[in-house]
Design a binder for this molecule. Structure first.
Ligand SMILES: Cc1ncc(COP(=O)(O)O)c(C=O)c1O
Length: 503
């Protein structure tokens, strides 16, 4: 049994943590070494290997300790009992990732994992609040990339030599890690792409052959351009029509309007799980369920959710899910398209060439089944391996702990920003992540960003590739501060102190 196969259980991570906090560890995990938390526990509570390891790490010192069994863990660097042999397991044990330290979230230790955060920028300490654009990379990912190029580099799947086997193993292991991270049933549901943008383009392009004039594609007003333009192009080519779910003044999707838009002509519903401008968390599960009643396919853009919320394909029940490696503490140039098996199987190839074929003559070509069918040419092999390391890092922190940390920080940041004189937040969604876009009355965006840049604080200024949602709030651009695992209340205080002095 692998983590991918855990059936949905009755428990959940938060109740397990609550029980631990209430000192019920003894009942949950008897001290007998034979009864330490194991795959049964993981299955019951729907934990992945990293989360299980985090719990084990949090157990009081007098409890028997063990590592997550390798087959359940997805081999967490530094924790895997079988990690000592790089060539059997696809990678060497790296610096042990920082699981949440016993007693809580160790912000300083996490900070130390990211070398660039010690960088002086224009003589100032760097404060990275541009996580919505891209995240910084932990040492574990950087080391993994170096290790790949020093010990494993080869093209994959095609050669008989040892390095080809090492590189192929590492690449396919990363695919399994991705599947485990998002709760996909199998590694075969995972297509490596360049990023969320390419993932949407792949689906939009491949689905064209199934669309006809008058069919309808639904997106929301919150979308980033990557989840608008590919569908517009598809509509232009097929005669399908693009429909848009409106949002309220707070930035919530109008689900009543969505219900009215759905109908027998709806062929695709494509929405972001988290808005890259408002930080709004969208009720994607409900959206998917409603779309299914009309037989429409569903695509969830997870670019702003995968690093911040636990995501699980069995729960979301969508046909497609996309996200980018560089926004989940992994490398640029690599990303993921998850597809339900039946959905992937009906799609024709997106690009063609080597790797995606089963047999070629000049008269015809037979294609590989998914995922290889959608991976023409040489993949970003090192990027995929680095992405695997990034997801292992996040799993070691535990996505429940990550989302809890960021939710607390977002609540703190929201309150602090609202107190800045003249500052207007773009939208006030009730369910949100740590993405805050704002304008300050009477102060140009450039003046805001210039002041922050001079103090070493990196934020984003512009339309953030989401013009429609800016215009919904009568804006062309805004300043955006977006949070990640390494951010702290002190950094928020610093940001706010700089903003306060602008007017
Ligand atoms: C919500 C959303 N979707 C898609 C994308 C596109 O991601 P990428 O440029 O990594 O393909 C982004 C990037 O900012 C985003 O925020």
């Amino acid at each position: 049994m692998t983590t991918n196969e855990f059936p949905a259980g009755a428990g959940d991570w938060s109740s397990l943590i609550a029980d631990l906090a209430a000192d019920r560890a003894g009942e949950l995990f008897p001290t007998s070494p034979a009864a330490v938390p194991d795959r049964e526990t993981a299955r019951e509570f729907r934990l992945d290997g990293g989360e299980l390891q985090t719990i084990i790490d949090r157990l009081p010192a007098d409890f028997a300790r063990t590592s997550v069994p390798a087959e359940a863990s997805g081999a967490i660097p530094g924790h895997s009992s079988a990690g000592a042999d790089p060539f059997q397991n696809g990678f060497r044990p790296l610096v042990a990732p920082l699981a949440a330290a016993p007693g809580g979230w160790d912000a300083q230790a996490i900070h130390r994992d990211f070398p660039i955060l010690s960088e002086k920028v224009d003589g100032k300490n760097l404060v990275w609040l541009d996580n919505g654009a891209t995240t910084q990379k932990p040492r574990q990912v950087i080391d993994r990339l170096v290790y790949f190029y020093e010990h494993e580099n080869s093209n994959i799947h095609r050669s008989a030599h040892t390095l080809a086997a090492r590189a192929s193993d590492a690449f396919e292991k990363a695919r399994g890690t991705v599947a485990g991270f998002i709760g996909a049933p199998s590694a075969e549901n995972i297509v490596f792409v360049r990023g969320a943008t390419e993932g949407v383009n792949l689906v939009a392009s491949a689905c064209r052959s199934r669309q006809k004039p008058g069919d309808e594609i639904i997106v929301s007003h919150l979308e980033q351009h990557a989840n608008i333009v590919p569908w517009q192009l598809a509509c232009q080519e097929t005669g399908a029509v693009l429909k848009v779910i409106p949002v309220t003044d707070r930035g919530e999707l109008r689900l009543d309007e969505y219900g009215r838009l759905l109908g027998p002509r709806t062929k695709m519903v494509a929405v972001a799980q988290v808005s890259n401008v408002l930080g709004a968390i969208v009720p994607v599960r409900e959206i998917v369920q409603a779309a299914k009643r009309y037989g429409a396919l569903t695509l969830i853009d997870g670019a702003q959710s995968a690093a911040h919320l636990p995501v699980n394909m069995a729960e979301l029940d969508c046909d497609f899910f996309v996200f980018s490696g560089h926004k989940v503490y992994g490398p640029t140039g690599i990303g993921v398209l998850y597809g339900r098996r039946e959905a992937l199987e009906i799609m024709p190839p997106y690009q063609s060439g080597g790797n995606m074929i089963a047999d070629v003559t000049f008269g015809r070509t037979l294609y590989q089944p998914p995922p290889a069918r959608f991976e023409a040419g040489t993949a970003d092999i090192a990027g995929a391996v680095g992405l695997g390391a990034a997801l292992e890092y996040l799993s070691a922190l535990g996505m429940a702990a990550v989302s809890l940390h960021e939710a607390e920080l977002a609540a703190y940041a929201g309150e602090a920003l609202r107190r800045v004189n003249g500052l207007r937040l773009v939208g006030e969604p009730p369910e949100r992540t740590g993405v805050f876009s704002f304008v300050i009355d009477g102060v140009a965006d450039e003046a805001v960003s210039g002041r922050l840049r001079a103090a070493g604080v990196a934020v984003r200024v512009g339309h953030h590739c989401a013009q429609p949602i800016h215009r919904r709030f009568s804006l062309e651009r805004s300043v955006r501060a977006s949070l990640g695992v390494y951010n702290t209340r002190e950094e928020i205080d610093f940001l706010v102190s700089l903003l306060r002095n602008l007017r």
